[in-house]
Design a protein around this ligand. Sequence first.
Ligand SMILES: [Fe+2]
Ligand SMILES: [Fe+2]
Length: 225
Amino acid sequence: MEEIKAKLLRIVEAELACSAHDLEHVKRVCHLCGKLARSCPGLDMEVLETAALLHDIARVKEDHDPSGATDHAKLGAEMAASILAGIGFPGIKIEAVAHCIRSHRYRSDSPPQSGEAKVLFDADKLDVLGAVGLARSYMLAGEYREKLYAPVALEEYIRENLTGGVPGGRVKDITKHAANLEYELKFKMLPARLHTPEARALAEERLEYMNAFFQRLQREIRGED
Ligand SMILES: [Fe+2]
Ligand SMILES: [Fe+2]
């Protein structure tokens, strides 16, 4: 497994050039998977560790597709299956890894079914919360020329800048987006979407930290602090 892991790390590093979904994100997700797995006995750690390593393998391809048609979870599952078949990974476990990758994204029509897929989903979502989540949000904000803070009414923003005018819609104009909107629209809803009690507890604690940050940011921007 160590030899396979080293090969996969090199492949993933070559594929991920984007700042917020880089190899450091992958390593943090691997670490969180290990931590969450301690409370979930019976998981196949070879499947979980491999899926964690490869889960964002198609992320850059999605980001660089101007048509918006690429789904990095679906494409990533296909890429992972082909990579694993080529490096001697046990064939019987490839579909289990692909399922974890296919179902890891927040906005997905393919929810996680297996224990390994649930843990990967939770670990990946935890990495958008807390101090790391804030830092990643602002890395993306700089890359996409988002606002530092968007003092807009949430209902109006949903109506005007999300596809379908619904909270789960995709952002139409990214330059009108901001981390505080992502927090309101997505991050606050995460604990209810997580599968493991340990991840939910960690998420609640990380959200408290983010809430304090955005409240202070708003006060400073208004000149109240
Ligand atoms: Fe992802
Ligand atoms: Fe990820």
